[in-house]
Design a binder for this molecule. Structure first.
Ligand SMILES: [Zn+2]
Length: 71
């Protein structure tokens, strides 16, 4: 987990250690099929408030819905 955080760097202010992980509240999930959705997490820079990264925690669960082509 520490390694994971070390790779994070805010591209806006250069901060690389002062972050909070936030989850989007309520029904604001990302859906990739009628049956699959996950909460969306954001890594937020505590120095300037920018969202540095948005991600889901279980990408393997969405694997079977992956696109054959990238548009
Ligand atoms: Zn920042």
């Amino acid at each position: 987990m520490e390694m994971e955080l070390l790779r994070c760097k805010c591209q806006f202010c250069g901060n690389s250690h002062n972050f909070v992980e936030a989850v989007q509240e309520g029904y604001a999930r990302v859906s990739y099929s009628a049956f699959g959705s996950q909460p969306l997490y954001h890594l937020i820079c505590l120095d300037c408030g920018s969202v540095v990264r948005s991600y889901i925690k279980k990408p393997e669960k969405a694997q079977k819905h992956k696109l054959s082509e990238c548009y």
